[in-house]
Design a protein around this ligand. Structure first.
Ligand code: 13P
Length: 249
């Protein structure tokens, strides 16, 4: 049985004041029935981890470099994330693929380094609107999975997030059938690659315009084990509604 996971990606949002939302979240969910993860900007990881203390919210990074250390101005290493209190890292988000030209091979290299530093990797996949319109969605997803997931990863080390690019920050979401089709295909691809024993334990998150108002219907879809939430994770009241829907699913 996979434990559900509600993850928030704050993207490039938040300074000290934003951490008040974490206090509110802890107050509303002192004993959550699902796993909770927040991925703030790198500058807030350590402060957030301290603020969370012993409360049940994990903290994660939004990216790390493939190299262990060295001359990479502006980058953050897996070891630094771990040192700051992160236990997870999002890799291959479509915004990094688009803004920084990240390829599947680059994401895989980052994932290998992150795993070597005991981080759980949240690998993102998703098609653009043009790819969906061309009928290429499942091919795109299978190619991204094959190229970006390291060999030998275990179910405890990997979370996969399906985030259709056209649904991110747009208020648009796929139909529930479309979400089910992609999540079932991801589970099948992971089973073929890693075997059922591992694949069955990997959490698959849906991401893209998840809100308190649509969360329950999305969480009822087969092979949806939670959500990766952008905008709605910035407000404790909104994220709390999504957490409550996941707890009830
Ligand atoms: O990109 C996302 C999470 O990683 C989704 O963002 P929104 O929830 O703002 O659409």
């Amino acid at each position: 049985m996979r434990k559900k996971l509600a993850a928030g990606n704050w993207k490039m949002n938040g300074t000290e004041a934003q951490l008040a939302e974490v206090d509110s979240l802890i107050a509303s969910h002192p004993d959550p029935k699902v796993d909770l993860l927040l991925c703030p900007p790198a500058t807030l990881i350590e402060r957030m981890a301290r603020r969370v203390g012993t409360a049940q919210i994990a903290v994660g990074g939004q990216d790390c470099h493939a190299a262990v250390s060295g001359a990479h101005t502006g980058d953050v290493s897996a070891e630094m994330l771990r040192d700051a209190g992160a236990r997870h890292v999002i890799l291959g988000h479509s915004e990094r693929r688009a803004d920084h030209g990240e390829t599947d091979a680059c994401i895989r290299a980052k994932a290998e380094t992150a795993l070597a530093h005991d981080l759980i990797v949240v690998i993102c996949v998703g098609e653009t609107e043009a790819q969906r319109d061309a009928g290429d969605t499942l091919d795109v997803i299978r190619t991204q999975l094959a190229g970006s997931i390291p060999d030998g990863v275990t179910g405890a080390q990997l979370v996969v997030a399906y985030e259709p690019v056209w649904a991110i920050g747009t208020g648009r979401t796929p139909t529930l059938d479309q979400i089910a089709e992609v999540h079932d295909a991801i589970r099948a691809a992971l089973t073929e690659r890693l075997g059922a024993a591992q694949a069955d334990t990997i959490r698959l998150l849906y991401g893209g315009s998840v809100k308190p108002g649509n969360a329950a219907e999305i969480f009822a879809v087969s092979n949806v084990d939670g959500a990766l939430v952008g905008g709605a994770s910035l407000k404790a009241a909104d994220f709390s509604g999504i957490i409550a829907a996941l707890e009830a699913a």
